[in-house]
Design a protein around this ligand. Structure first.
Ligand code: GDP
Length: 364
């Protein structure tokens, strides 16, 4: 007797019968499955970017963000070819503590700018994503109107890598966005860490968003950030808050008088605005434009960009040496051993570091 496939169906067992199963259809219709996307060549990427094709631009930015060496090589070729088409845009850095209203401000200002015929790219550097993979910036609900506007390109912070790595990728993304015809670039960051310095070193105008609050606004603001700012805005100047916002504006303006004159030769202005009520927005943009036209005339604009490029070269060297070191297999294997020796006081930090570096350089 042919053995039943299911033992439960044999004579000695009574009760339920087990039926033969049926082959399940594939969960996705094979007809709908797309052929694997063909990888573009560098020239195809460049042509797409120069046409202003947002989908190709996004894919090229994904290449920049990829950790794979072959993607990196292709990305570098694309960047190199896009470089001659860049640098005509105006780059604005925007910082402020979480809740200051950065995304609301960018949404309102962004809609104003695209309404004036600008093409705006919004990039972000989020230092929180490095460790936690979560982010303070960049959730999906932000900038609802702007994110669907064809004249805007919004890209959240790359989530992998050190701050140096993330900053480099953002700079490279700026090159591609400029080649794609975006004349205004916003780089947003959270005013809580080192990232402001990175953003400051890649923009023409650095805007600090502040809130009016308890009357001691000036406390708790890192002096360094105030010194970096080319302009300060007090957001949420609406409703009951208008009076407080005006007071804060005067306090900030007075505090800025105590700082040395910035290299640009222009003292930062402090303005109030409301991203929600869309007030003060025109004035803020006028401030940015006046500043830029002034520094273009004085030659400070060019000088600043030249310094930024030079600094970028050194930062890229630092960052790439570091990432090359840590991604070396031999080093990765030994790192933990040395770390344990240092932890257990069996070896000094300096000797451990020197041994690892000797090991690394002997392989070169
Ligand atoms: P971010 O964390 O700096 O990006 O801040 P958000 O843009 O997410 O804003 C934080 C909160 O402040 C949100 O609840 C906003 O609705 C609110 N907000 C932002 N701008 C304004 C404004 O101009 N006026 C008022 N009243 N609330 C605002």
């Amino acid at each position: 007797m042919a053995k039943n496939k299911h033992i439960e169906n044999e004579e000695q067992y009574t009760g339920l019968t087990v039926n033969e199963g049926v082959v399940q259809p594939p969960s996705i219709s094979p007809y709908l499955q797309r052929a694997k996307r063909r990888q573009f060549t560098a020239d195809e990427y460049v042509a797409g970017i120069l046409r202003g094709d947002i989908s190709i631009l996004s894919q090229a930015v994904t290449l920049i963000e990829s950790g794979k060496p072959e993607h990196q090589a292709l990305a570098q070729e694309v960047i190199e070819k896009c470089l001659p088409y860049g640098s005509k845009s105006c780059r604005v850095g925007i910082t402020g503590v979480p809740g200051a209203g950065k995304s609301s401000f960018i949404e309102t200002m962004g809609m104003y700018l695209v309404g004036k015929g600008h093409r705006l790219a919004v990039l972000a550097i989020d230092p929180s994503s490095e460790r936690s993979k979560g982010s303070i910036l960049g959730d999906k609900t932000r900038m609802e109107e702007l994110s669907v506007n064809p004249q805007a390109f919004i890209r959240p912070s790359p989530s992998a890598g050190s701050l140096g790595g993330v900053a480099r990728k953002t700079r490279e993304t700026i090159v591609l966005c400029e080649a794609a015809g975006f004349d205004t670039i916003f780089v947003e960051t959270v005013g809580v860490g080192q990232s402001e310095t990175s953003v400051h070193s890649m923009v023409d105008f650095f805007l600090l968003i502040q809130l009016a609050g308890t009357g001691d606004e000036l406390q708790g603001i890192k002096r360094g950030i105030m010194e970096m700012a080319d302009g300060i805005i007090i957001n949420k100047a609406d409703g009951n808050n208008i009076h407080k916002a005006n007071l804060a504006r005067i306090q900030f303006q007075n505090a800025l008088q105590l700082f040395p004159m910035p290299e640009s030769g222009l003292r930062p202005q402090v303005l109030t605005c409301s991203a929600r009520e869309k007030t003060g927005i025109v004035e803020v943009w006028d401030m940015v434009e006046n500043y830029l036209s002034h520094i273009r005339k004085t030659g400070f604009f060019e000088q600043k960009r030249t310094e930024q490029s030079t600094r970028l070269m050194y930062e890229s060297i630092d960052e790439q040496l570091k990432s090359h070191f840590y991604s070396n297999d031999q080093i990765a294997k030994q790192l933990k051993t040395y770390e344990n020796k240092v932890r257990n006081n069996e070896m000094s930090s300096f000797i451990a570091a020197r041994n690892l570096l000797d090991e690394y350089f002997s392989k070169k």
